[in-house]
Design a protein around this ligand. Structure first.
Ligand code: AMP
Ligand code: GLY
Length: 424
């Protein structure tokens, strides 16, 4: 089978690494990919949001399956486009259509969906144009901290949490009246703050049946001890000790099952990953957000723990036969540490030569912001390389990742050295 994988981050390198091990694979293309994905297939330049261009490439290269890494093409309707074209409808697209992707693409849609299907989530109200005063009044009824969310996709920046009521009101005005996040903040969700610890849970579903993937915890903030600004993720570990059998049973009964059933009842045929961003509030799971794809940096710890063949499972989505498959998962712990560019998530320099990857032993290296320039691997983004290792526990796995994090070098390299401490 010929596969086209869309995306170019650490998540996509992890997917490429896994897909390349499949006996089902003939040829793998990655668009745009990075210096790491080159090891597993051919990188090609495509505009992921230009579906006609992607379609032409798929036709010309006899593509059987498209695996969509990031959310934007899904929210934009890449699956619907392929299904609507005679010559492309035979291509299996891993990821939901436009409607299903609304679980991520519209926070208001996701909240209404959860409310309708009795899925535990923070209490909320949504406000649109001309409703700023009403929004302010609602803020007045809440206790701090205040949580404000732009309805649409905002590149991970659309959630503002504020302790200060005045700042929360100003933020509402900025979002609703001054278009702080453009189209994305034409509607704003204001919700109750949930206090607890976060965990990411993933399923792969064919629209009826689902397999629960290993859960993970990600580290979002740039600084040690979870301080400083949010990033695209500084690392992840899987499994998560507090997500024990009792907790995961609650997740399945209260969240996963009603979500799948809710999609069916809403006539949304959803085939792909569902990412549940959960808060563990005193032992009870609440949904913070849905995503319509795998997580990054979670994938860099989750994918290596999957022993089953991924392409076989993906193939089962198209003919809705996932119920005939099971998931074999490694019982080991995987820990992934991100090496990032100095200055990230603020401004940083690119083009720094990366050395020492050949000195790495016992870890898997997943590239993110890297490219080949003049025959050398150089940095091309804020998050550069994820170093993933297995161990018998978190401490063990992390110690191997940290040993190898020291072997790899580039000017300005930074990583958090406290990952997993909150779980040990
Ligand atoms: P993201 O949506 O990934 O940009 O980030 C949102 C982050 O804000 C989540 O990962 C949580 O840490 C936090 N968050 C979002 N909603 C809530 C909430 N209702 N209560 C507490 N924290 C929240
Ligand atoms: N790790 C969070 C995300 O992928 O959005």
């Amino acid at each position: 089978m010929n596969v086209l994988l869309l995306g170019g981050g650490g998540r996509e390198h992890a997917l490429a690494w896994k897909i390349a091990q499949s006996p089902e694979l003939s040829k793998l293309y990655i668009a745009p990919g990075n210096a790491g994905t080159l090891e597993h297939g051919e990188n090609i330049a495509l505009d992921l949001n230009d579906f006609e261009q992607v379609g032409r490439f798929a036709l010309a290269n006899d593509i059987d399956m498209i695996v969509v890494g990031p959310e934007a093409p899904l929210v934009g309707g890449i699956r619907d486009y392929f299904e609507s074209q005679d010559q492309l409808s035979r291509v299996t697209v891993i990821g939901p259509g436009k409607q299903g992707a609304m679980l991520e693409g519209s926070k208001d849609f996701a909240k209404a969906f959860m409310k309708k299907h009795n899925i535990p989530t923070a209490a909320y109200q949504t406000f649109g144009k001309g409703e700023t005063e009403k929004g302010m009044a609602f803020l007045g009824t809440l206790e701090p901290p205040y949580v404000l969310k732009a309805d649409g996709l905002a590149a991970g920046k659309g959630v503002i949490i504020s302790e200060d009521p005045e700042h929360a009101k100003e933020t509402l005005v900025e979002m609703l009246d001054h278009g702080q996040f453009g189209e994305a903040s034409r509607k704003v969700v204001i919700e109750e703050f949930l206090k607890g610890i976060e965990v990411s849970v993933f399923v792969l579903t064919d629209g009826e049946y689902y397999l629960i993937l290993p859960e993970a915890k990600e580290y979002k903030r740039i600084g040690e001890g979870d301080t400083g600004p949010n990033t695209g993720g500084m690392g992840s570990v899987s499994p998560v000790p507090f997500a024990d059998k009792v907790f995961m049973q609650k997740v399945e009964e209260r969240i996963i099952k009603p979500t799948i059933e809710g999609l069916i009842r809403s006539d949304i045929r959803y085939q792909g990953f569902i990412f549940f961003g959960l808060m563990n509030v005193g032992g009870d799971p609440y949904v913070i957000e849905y995503n319509c794809r795998m997580g990054d940096p979670e994938a860099e710890a989750v994918i290596p723990r999957i022993k089953s063949d991924l392409l076989t499972l993906f193939k089962a989505l198209k003919d809705q036969s996932l119920d005939k498959h099971s998931l074999e998962i490694s019982s080991k712990t995987a820990a992934s540490v991100f090496l990032v560019s100095g200055g990230y998530p603020g401004s940083y320099e690119k083009g720094k030569i990366i050395t020492g990857t050949e000195r790495v032993t016992d870890s898997i290296i997943f590239h993110a912001g890297t490219q080949i320039k003049d025959g050398k691997i150089v940095t091309s983004g804020g998050r550069v390389i994820a170093v993933t290792s297995f161990g018998k526990n978190i401490r063990d796995a992390l110690s191997i990742s940290y040993r190898n994090a020291q072997q790899i070098d580039f000017e300005g390299k930074y990583y958090r050295s406290d990952l997993g401490k909150d779980l040990m």
